[in-house]
Design a protein around this ligand. Structure first.
Ligand SMILES: Nc1ncnc2c1ncn2[C@@H]1O[C@H](COP(=O)(O)OP(=O)(O)OP(=O)(O)O)[C@@H](O)[C@H]1O
Ligand SMILES: [Mg+2]
Length: 545
């Protein structure tokens, strides 16, 4: 069968979810083989060469040693982390590729499709993912067998899902608060009918349900220490107890979302110990975590001079938003906020499916517009002009939506003041709506300089006076290329650098100095060749059950 599906995947730190657009044109979540709406992002390499993903892996948690499991791989995306298992080296894109393959495989089976026949999907990423993490996610999709991978920011996906059914009543501003398993994102978006424009975004990479689990684990350790007569240190040294507590603390946490108090048991030295944890104890121990998420919300609002009154709805998404403390702290910190706990586990995957459908219905129009523009030889194709022409078509096309993200990180080049001091001079800034084109002029250090090395750095500076120049130590090198200068340059010859960032956040640099020019597509360290992708795809497919 070659039926085309519009598929959205929320590739989460702890749980992943796949949705598609059904025959009624509605986004629906596809249940996995285990009949669950969401699949734990857990991988087990068992002792007979099989790879298990999801609950079948999570359920084995106490049966295999921890070095045969991979958890929280999303936190490692874009880094050079790797793990060796049974003589094979696995990198984050391959491990995430395994999770994606499992979701796609279950979808294909449920729909009677040949294995590997789904070739295209939208995958969501945290809004503040930079170039490296984004490229690693695209590679994960390719390793899972996809040929066309489009990324979408998670909060935008949640807003699309919300806006999909609620597009009456004029323009709205919504704030998406996404507290998941491992990451935390806040984004303010403007929704106007079919159009979704991000205005500001921020987040904390290492903040999520995991941290609440860890706090609860400490409470439990204290309790069972008291009851068993062992010290906390002795309990922490016991691997069996600590491993059991990983799952227990998450279970107890979820129960505390509905009950004021709950119980757990643990066998210690042959004796069964039963302990009780109250919601109050749990909330007290995690107050600082929730407060820090509220601080991020405040920063995002402040960065655009917004007040609570400007926001029509606060959408709380992500599984951790189910904890009652989230709503209570947000409503007391932001009095008057219209808070909605919005389809916490599924809205992101569903929004991604809606976006995928839109991308699919617009793909011909987009190709045609690009062809026309290429024929007119506006080189390089003007991304902003192209985007506005596609938007026009989208506004009058059924099932199409218009989505504009903001740039997640500021980007600049290394420059110097001529006195040996080097810094990053920012050219494009975070929170500016994409696509964008920006120019800045620089000068050679000395007369007769033969070439310059253009080094592009990513950083979190905001677009204000302080953000124009950033210390080298606060920025990450994401790409560099050489540029030959004309022979007769002087210190006063302008070198113009233009950064173009397209809708998907892909960066293109164009440098001009008199009659010389150089151009560069920002390619990240994690770039993989087709051959590498094929190799890892083979590894992923081998033994995945
Ligand atoms: N009823 C509940 N009460 C408290 N926490 C819950 C509840 N249900 C799920 N969670 C927590 O929500 C988290 C998973 O949420 P979600 O699926 O949104 O995260 P994710 O997508 O895996 O992570 P991220 O978005 O950070 O990559 C887990 O930490 C889980 O324990
Ligand atoms: Mg998530």
């Amino acid at each position: 069968m070659s039926e085309e599906f519009s598929i959205g995947i929320d590739l989460g730190t702890t749980y992943s979810c796949l949705a598609y657009i059904d025959d009624n044109n509605e986004p629906v979540v596809e249940r996995n083989y285990e009949h669950e709406d969401t699949t734990p992002s857990v991988i087990l390499f068992n002792d007979v060469g099989e790879k298990l993903v999801g609950s079948s892996a999570k359920d084995m948690f106490l049966m295999y040693s921890s070095d045969r499991f991979v958890l929280d791989i999303k936190r490692k995306m874009g880094t050079d982390y790797s793990v060796d298992i049974d003589g094979i080296r696995y990198t984050p894109p391959t491990l995430s590729g395994l999770i994606l393959r499992k979701l796609l495989k279950d979808f294909e089976e449920n729909h009677g499709l040949d294995e590997g026949s789904v070739k295209s999907a939208v995958i969501t990423v945290p809004a503040y993912f930079g170039q490296e993490e984004r490229e690693a996610t695209v590679n994960a999709g390719r390793i899972a067998g996809l040929e066309e991978v489009t990324l979408l920011n998670e909060p935008t996906a949640a807003a699309i899902c919300f806006g999909f059914g609620n597009n009456q009543g004029g323009p709205k501003k919504v704030l998406v608060y996404d507290l998941g398993g491992g990451t935390f994102d806040v984004t303010v978006l403007q929704i106007d009918g079919k159009s979704f424009t991000a205005i500001a975004t921020d987040g904390q990479r290492l903040m999520g349900g995991k941290d609440w689990d860890a706090a609860l684990k400490q409470i439990i350790i204290g309790k069972i220490a008291e009851m068993s007569g062992l010290s906390e240190g002795e309990i922490e040294a016991d691997n069996d107890i600590m491993e059991a507590l990983v799952l227990d603390s998450e279970d107890l946490k979820k129960r505390l979302s509905t009950s004021e108090s709950t119980r757990g048991t643990m066998t210690i030295g042959g004796r069964k110990v039963t302990y009780t944890v109250t919601r109050e104890e749990f909330e007290d121990a995690t107050r600082h975590l929730i407060d820090s998420t509220a601080d991020t919300v405040e920063e995002v609002l402040n960065s655009k001079n917004l007040t609570v009154g400007d926001i029509d709805a606060f959408l709380l998404v992500g599984g951790s938003s189910r904890m009652p403390q989230v709503k209570s702290v947000i409503s007391s910190r932001f009095p008057g906020a219209n808070i909605k706990i919005y389809d916490p586990d599924q809205s992101i995957a569903k929004g991604a499916a809606v976006y995928c459908k839109s991308r699919d219905v617009l793909s011909d129009a987009k190709a045609e517009i690009k062809q026309q523009m290429d024929a007119q030889q506006t080189a390089p194709a003007d991304e902003t002009e192209m985007a506005s022409r596609v938007d026009e078509v989208a506004m009058s096309t059924d099932d199409a939506i218009v989505v504009h993200n903001v740039l997640s990180k500021s980007l600049g080049v290394k420059a110097g003041d001529g006195n040996g001091n080097e810094y990053i001079s920012n050219i494009v800034f975070r929170d500016v709506t994409l696509p964008l084109v920006e120019n800045r002029t620089y000068y050679p250090y000395v007369d007769g300089q033969l070439s310059v090395e253009v080094e592009i750095f990513e950083n979190s500076a905001r677009n204000n006076e302080d953000g124009m120049r950033v210390e080298l130590a606060d920025a990450t090198l994401v790409g560099s290329f050489p540029m030959k200068l004309p022979e007769d340059v002087t210190k006063n010859t302008p070198i113009n650098i233009r950064f173009t960032v397209n809708d998907d956040g892909m960066v293109f640099a164009y440098v001009e100095c008199k009659d010389q020019h150089a151009e560069y597509n920002l390619k990240t360290k994690t770039s993989m060749t087709d051959e590498e992708i094929r190799k890892y795809r083979g590894i992923v497919e081998h033994g995945l059950i």
